[in-house]
Design a protein around this ligand. Structure first.
Ligand code: NCD
Length: 456
């Protein structure tokens, strides 16, 4: 299997590619020896002799960093990088973009972990070598999801039609965001059990419904939200897996919140009889340690699969020879509307997410506001980096020199790929740039253009 790709989101991979990674991981597990069986020293292989992985970790990490290092070493390659960001030039004020450009010539592949949402996509923009997102802010953690799905698949044989509950801090947990996208794409039923005030971000929920075709069903009795395929009703008899996350204290300004604890008592009900209990770890106190000896506990196995899964990822990304340019798979768009727009500073349009990399004092100037027209009807602009959506903005058409509020779809008359469109934060900003405001009486869209749109 060969992938010429950055992996910044789980949606950078197709379902078939994910299955391909699982088959590869399975074969690596066989070749190195499954550590789950009685203790033995795993074998090292020589599939990627001399390949170098650089770990750029701007946030603490144990599993992700060490399992990537273990994976490259087991494949016959080498790992460089520091576990402590204070020892890198970031502490002298160096930007992520510069660090990435430099380290790309020291290593064949980069793993980036960063506190800002969208940092991995920024790194990917500047890196000529593949970038793997090792967790960026509360955005995503795609390789953790591959470990999670692989564990689930090994336990339950298939992911189709499984009931998977996710519990805890659904808002700030990046592992949850990648995981629910993948569950939806693999046709599992998702049950949300958020801690109070820590519900799934609106944009993630919107994508589950609009891009991945899930129907949202609210259970008023249990206060759960289910996401199921639109032709299906929740099947409540059993929960196949519960995925627990810790309170992401580093991403919340005010600590001390009410938080669900998963323990034998929580799992006493009949519906949890054969549930696999999963956790990306580290746990704090949301998962009772007395539960570790229960045969439903799957979290240490999940962490152990970090090595074969990451061996599979590295081998897929590094098996190329020759001079090739990396591609990015623009996955997950509802209607194929994925035109990319650079926002001119005069447009006043910046990402609305305060933790986005574009809002960083050092990295922001390297990022520049950049949006995808994620959906046409009604138009929705998605930050290229952190994937937060903007739904209120103004659209200017240089062809007719007019500006319209975004309840008029731009797609009908100019096509989703028309990069001539400009987007403004307000009608005033657009007027300052020479686009007079017009009122559309019949609500069908702007008048016919004089010039034919240029498609790219
Ligand atoms: C997670 C992370 O960093 O997002 N850890 C991991 O990589 N296994 C989960 C967490 O920190 O809660």
């Amino acid at each position: 299997m060969q992938l010429l790709r950055h992996i910044t989101s789980i949606n950078d991979l197709t379902v078939d590619e994910i299955e391909g990674i699982f088959s590869l991981a399975q074969s690596f597990l066989r070749r190195i020896g499954d550590k789950k069986t009685p203790y033995r020293i795993a074998r090292s292989l020589n599939d990627l002799p001399g390949s170098i992985l650089a770990g750029l970790f701007y946030e603490p990490s144990t599993r992700t960093r060490l399992s990537f290092e273990s994976a490259i070493l087991r494949l016959g390659g080498k790992a460089i990088g520091s576990a402590d960001p204070r020892t890198s030039s970031a502490s002298k004020g160096e930007s992520l973009a510069d660090t990435v450009r430099v380290t790309s010539s020291y290593a064949d592949i980069l793993v980036v972990r960063h506190p800002r949402d969208g940092a991995a996509k920024l790194a990917a923009r500047y890196a000529p070598v593949p970038v793997i997102n090792g967790g960026d802010g509360s955005h995503e953690h795609p390789t953790q999801t591959l470990c999670d799905l692989f564990t689930l698949k090994r336990k339950k044989k298939s992911l189709q039609d499984l009931n998977v509950a996710v519990s805890g801090d659904l808002k700030a947990s990046r592992t949850i965001h990648s995981f629910v996208y993948a569950l939806a794409r693999f046709n599992a039923n998702i049950v949300l059990k958020p801690a109070p005030g820590m519900e799934l971000p609106e944009d993630v929920a919107w994508r589950l419904e609009s891009e991945f075709g899930r129907k949202r069903v609210q259970d008023n009795r249990t206060r759960e939200t289910w996401y199921v395929p639109s032709d299906r009703l929740p099947r409540r008899q059993s929960i196949d897996a519960v995925y627990v996350t810790r309170f992401q204290s580093e991403r919340w300004p005010n600590e001390a919140r009410e938080y669900p604890i998963v323990n034998a008592e929580f799992l006493r009900k009949k519906e949890f009889k054969t549930t696999a209990v999963m956790h990306p770890l580290p746990r704090v106190n949301e998962l009772d340690l007395a539960f570790d000896s229960d045969k439903r506990a799957a979290y240490f196995e999940q962490a152990a699969y970090g090595v074969p899964i990451r061996m599979a990822i590295l081998s897929a990304l590094l098996s190329h020879r020759g001079n090739k340019k990396l591609k990015r798979f623009p996955g997950g768009f509802a209607d194929g509307a994925a035109a990319i727009y650079d926002a001119h500073p005069a447009s006043g349009l910046t990402c609305v997410n305060a933790n986005c990399i574009v809002r960083d004092a050092v990295d922001g100037p390297y990022a520049q506001a950049k949006f995808l027209l994620a959906v046409c009807k009604p138009p929705r602009l998605r930050c290229f980096y952190c994937e937060t959506d903007i739904v209120t903005f103004w659209i200017a058409d240089p062809g007719t020199r007019t500006v319209f509020s975004n309840d008029h779809t731009p797609c009908g008359w100019s096509g989703p790929q028309n990069r001539e469109l400009r987007f403004y934060a307000s009608a005033e900003r657009a007027a300052q740039s020479g686009f007079p405001r017009r009122t559309i009486a019949d609500g069908t869209g702007p008048p016919a253009r004089r010039r034919a749109p240029r498609h790219s």
